[in-house]
Write a protein that binds this ligand. Structure first.
Ligand code: X2X
Length: 368
């Protein structure tokens, strides 16, 4: 009797172990579960790609992000920033692809470098479409931003935060640019995204696409007459060394997106994901503030002072360019309208590529 009872008990024990085995952690479920913190083994180092150098706000912010992540994860997640496009050796338009393939783990990358892979990113490159920070924020925080992140995720990259490069301004060494006519025949360096070639051809200029590294050499050697970039690039690269004329036309804007390869992201336990996302948003907030100082309604400088306890060295970028001897041109409403009219055909060609749906979302986000 005693023997029967112990056999019975043993059988029950086996049965219950089997039940746990079947329902508690089947291999199928294990695959879908996020790694637990105790079992998670981070890579010794994750790489992070930046097109520009460490003295650009975007480059500085990437390092701040890496430092914050290291501290907040008690040294578990170690991110090394590679500047000047070292991870893609040359073509900055390959950055997204390499991140989606897992060659690059993280990147702080401009939408104009990623748009050849993610056509939705061209929504920010429609000329004279966004025009001000209020509209830009509305897109990033609205349906448009969500759609861009969804498109990225389908191609294996998770978007963590919106940082900024900024509204792009045109500079050149020849003469003032006030009307489309002034661009005729000017040889301008643009990025390798096809919409830029279309815009400047449409305006009668002679655009040549080059990656950033080659562009700086081209300015130095005077191989091109001009280029276009935001304040956050014009100032660190000291554009006045090469070009006397700048037109502040805010014709389009490039956000910088903080992205991470999806497999890398999925390998992180939930608490680490939370830290990384929070740090990306915080570093992006600082970087955006730096890009906007003196160019917005005063919010950026206020946030830098109050939230980050910092006052930047230069608080008026326009005055600073003038102090460096640049001839700064602002457009009248009529001059601006002439550029808008001249670039209308770009919409006809590019909205179908970007997606009519996304274009409508963008209009709605901006309240248009
Ligand atoms: O190449 C450029 O013009 C730059 C630095 O702005 C970008 O990477 C988008």
């Amino acid at each position: 009797m005693k023997k029967t009872l112990s056999v019975l008990l043993a059988l029950m024990l086996i049965a219950s172990m089997l039940a746990v085995g079947l329902t508690g952690c089947s291999p199928q479920q294990q695959q879908n579960q996020q790694p637990k913190e105790e079992t998670f083994k981070p890579k010794a180092e994750y790489n992070l790609s930046v097109v520009v150098g460490p003295s650009f706000w975007w480059g500085e912010a990437a390092q701040k992000f890496a430092d914050m992540v290291k501290k907040d994860t008690d040294g578990k997640i170690n991110i090394k920033v590679y500047y000047g496009g070292q991870l893609f050796k040359g073509k900055q338009t390959n950055e997204f692809q390499l991140m989606s393939q897992g060659v690059i783990d993280f990147a702080w990358g401009s939408t104009i470098n990623w748009s050849p892979t993610i056509p939705e990113c061209n929504i920010f490159s429609l000329p004279f479409f966004i025009n001000n920070y209020k509209n830009l924020d509305a897109l990033e925080n609205g349906e448009t931003g969500k759609a861009v992140f969804d498109a990225m995720e389908k191609k294996g990259v998770v978007g963590l935060a919106w940082a900024e490069n900024g509204f792009r301004q045109v500079t050149n060494s020849k003469h003032e640019i006030k009307e489309p006519e002034d661009l005729k025949g000017l040889k301008l360096r643009v990025v390798g995204s096809p919409i830029f070639i279309d815009i400047f051809k449409q305006l009668g200029a002679d655009p040549v696409s080059m990656s950033w590294g080659d562009a700086v050499t081209a300015f130095q050697q005077g191989v091109v007459d001009g280029q276009e970039n935001p304040m956050g690039v014009l100032i660190p690269v000291k554009i006045w060394q090469y070009h006397k004329y700048v037109t502040l036309w805010n014709y389009l804007v490039d956000p910088v997106i903080v992205g991470v390869n999806k497999q890398v992201w999925d390998s992180f336990p939930a608490d680490i994901q939370e830290i990384i996302k929070k740090d990306a948003i915080e570093a992006a907030r600082w970087e955006k503030d730096m890009c906007r100082v003196g160019l917005d309604d005063g919010s950026a400088l206020k946030d830098l002072k109050e939230h980050f306890g910092e006052t930047p060295e230069i608080t008026d970028y326009i005055a600073y360019l003038k102090e460096q001897g640049m001839d700064v041109t602002l457009l009248t409403d009529q001059e601006r309208q002439d550029f808008i009219n001249a670039t209308k055909p770009i919409y006809d060609k590019w909205i179908p590529k970007i997606g009519e749906d996304l274009y409508q979302k963008a209009l709605k986000d901006m309240g248009k």
